[in-house]
Design a binder for this molecule. Structure first.
Ligand SMILES: Nc1nc2c(c(=O)[nH]1)N[C@@H](CN(C=O)c1ccc(C(=O)N[C@@H](CCC(=O)O)C(=O)O)cc1)CN2
Length: 386
C-alpha cells in the first residue's frame, strides 16, 4: 500500500464521516451514552511529592517539516471501522487534557525548595554540564531552555559549545574533564550529534554516576533487568510516567502500547511501563496492522516522530494517550510558517480518549523538569544527602 501524506488529520476524519450511511447517525446517541458511562481511568488527585528516582528524552530530535510531498514511513490511513468513526464523531465527548506545562512548573517548584534546603544544610549546589556541538537551531533552543531552567531552580550550569567540524576526540576530552570535576553532578551531550561523530562512543564515555540523560548502556541495561536499578532513567519516558502518576492513572495490570522503539524514548518507556506492572506491547514500523494492537490499549505512548500518525480509530474509547511527538507541519497562518503537532491526531483522539497530552505543552516540558530532577538526585547521591 502506498504511503499516505498529509499535514492535517481533522479534514480526513470529516471526509470519512461523510461516507457513513445516514442510518448510522442514529447510533450516535448510544455511542455517546456508552462513552459517557465508561468509568474514567483517572481521577484528579492531589499531586504527590516529586519522586527523585531515575530519568530519558525525545522521539523527534529535529524532524523535517511535514509537507504534502513528504511521505510517512507508516500507512496511517487504513480502513477505519464505523464503530470507531462513530466514536470519533461523538464531538461532545472531550478528553481531559494532561497539562505537562503546569505539572513541570510544579516539579520545578518542588526542586527549588529541595535545592535550597540542600544548600542550607550541606552547602552543596547541584551542577549540570551541557555539551552542544554544531549550529542546529532546535538544539540551541533546547540547551538555552535547559540553562534557563537550571537558573530558575538554583542548579549551576556549565556549557560547552563546539563548532560543527569539531572532532570526536574534542568532545571526549570535554566529557572527561566534566567526569573529573566534583562540582558537576550531571553531564549531557545534546543530540543529535553531527553525522561524522560516533554517538555510541560519546555517550559511553559519560560516567554512569553523572549520566543524567540516562543514555549510557549500563543505565538502560539495568532498567531492563528485574532486581536492578538504573542510576538514571532518560528524561522523556520518565516524564511520561510522571504525568500518568500525577494524573492518578492506574498502570498496574493495564494494557499499554508504546508506538516506536527508539533507544531514548520508546524502549525505555516500554521498560518503565513493565516495571509498573503494565502488560506492554511495542508497535513499530514493521508491525502489521498496528491499529489492531493499539486499539486494545488502556494506555498509549506514541513516540514515533510522524505527524498525526495515530488516528482516532487507533484508540480504544476511554484510553489515556501520551503523545511524545513534536513535529513541525507547514502552516501558512502561523508567523513562523509552521506549527507543532504530535504523533497523534489530536482532534480525533480528544473525542475518544479519556485523557491526552497536548503538543506543545504535554510531554516536552516534562523532559526538562526530569533533567533537573535527575541532576538533583545525582548531587544528593554523591553527597549522601537524603
Ligand atoms: N541529550 C539529549 N538530547 C535530546 C533530548 C534529550 O533529552 N537529551 N531530547 C530532545 C530535545 N529536548 C531536550 O533536549 C527537548 C525537546 C522538546 C522540549 C519541549 O519542551 N518542547 C515544547 C515545544 C518547544 C517548542 O515550542 O519548540 C513542548 O513540547 O511543549 C524540551 C526538550 C532531543 N535531543
Amino acid at each position: 500500500m502506498a504511503s499516505v501524506k498529509f499535514t492535517d488529520c481533522s479534514s480526513s476524519t470529516a471526509a470519512a464521516a461523510l461516507l457513513l450511511p445516514s442510518s448510522r447517525y442514529r447510533v450516535r446517541h448510544s455511542v455517546l451514552h456508552s462513552l459517557r458511562s465508561m468509568p474514567l481511568q483517572f481521577a484528579p488527585v492531589k499531586p504527590i511529592l516529586l519522586r527523585t528516582t531515575a530519568t530519558i528524552s525525545h522521539a523527534s530530535a529535529s524532524p523535517s517539516i511535514v509537507t504534502a510531498t513528504n511521505p510517512t514511513a507508516w500507512s496511517p490511513h487504513r480502513k477505519i471501522s464505523n464503530h470507531l468513526l462513530l466514536s470519533a464523531m461523538a464531538a461532545e465527548t472531550s478528553a481531559k487534557i494532561i497539562d505537562g506545562k503546569s505539572i513541570a512548573k510544579q516539579i520545578r517548584d518542588e526542586i527549588t525548595v529541595e535545592i535550597s534546603r540542600m544548600k542550607d544544610t550541606v552547602d552543596v549546589v547541584p551542577g549540570l554540564a551541557v555539551i552542544l556541538v554544531g549550529d542546529r537551531k532546535d538544539s540551541a533552543t533546547y540547551v538555552r531552555n535547559k540553562k534557563k531552567a537550571c537558573e530558575s531552580v538554583g542548579i549551576n550550569s556549565y556549557e560547552v559549545h563546539l563548532p560543527e567540524d569539531s572532532t570526536e576526540q574534542e568532545v571526549l576530552n570535554h566529557i572527561s574533564g566534566f567526569n573529573d570535576d566534583p562540582s558537576v553532578h550531571g553531564i549531557l551531550v545534546q543530540l543529535p550529534l553531527p553525522s561524522h561523530m560516533n554517538e555510541q562512543n560519546i555517550l559511553n564515555s559519560v560516567c554512569i554516576e553523572k549520566d543524567v540523560d540516562g543514555f549510557h548502556p549500563l543505565n538502560i541495561g539495568r532498567l531492563a533487568m528485574r532486581g536492578r536499578e538504573p542510576l538514571f532513567v532518560s528524561c522523556t519516558p520518565k516524564g511520561c510516567i510522571e504525568l500518568l502518576h500525577r494524573y492518578g492513572v492506574d498502570i498496574k495490570g493495564r494494557r499499554a502500547v508504546v508506538i516506536g522503539r527508539s533507544n531514548i524514548v520508546g524502549t525505555p518507556a516500554a521498560l518503565l511501563l513493565q516495571r509498573e506492572d503494565a502488560t506492554v506491547s511495542v508497535v513499530h514500523s514493521r508491525t502489521n496492522n498496528p491499529e489492531e494492537i493499539t486499539r486494545q490499549a488502556d494506555i498509549i505512548i506514541a513516540a514515533v516522530g510522524q505527524a498525526n500518525m495515530v488516528r482516532g480509530s487507533w484508540i480504544k474509547p476511554g484510553a489515556v494517550v501520551i503523545d511524545v511527538g513534536i513535529n513541525p507541519v507547514e502552516d501558512a497562518k502561523s508567523a513562523k510558517g509552521y506549527r507543532l503537532v504530535g504523533d497523534v491526531c489530536y482532534e480525533e483522539a480528544c473525542k475518544i480518549a479519556s485523557a491526552i497530552t497536548p503538543v506543545p505543552g504535554g510531554v516536552g516540558p516534562m523532559t526538562i523538569a526530569m533533567l533537573l530532577s535527575n541532576t538533583l538526585s545525582s548531587a544528593k547521591r554523591m553527597h549522601n544527602y537524603k
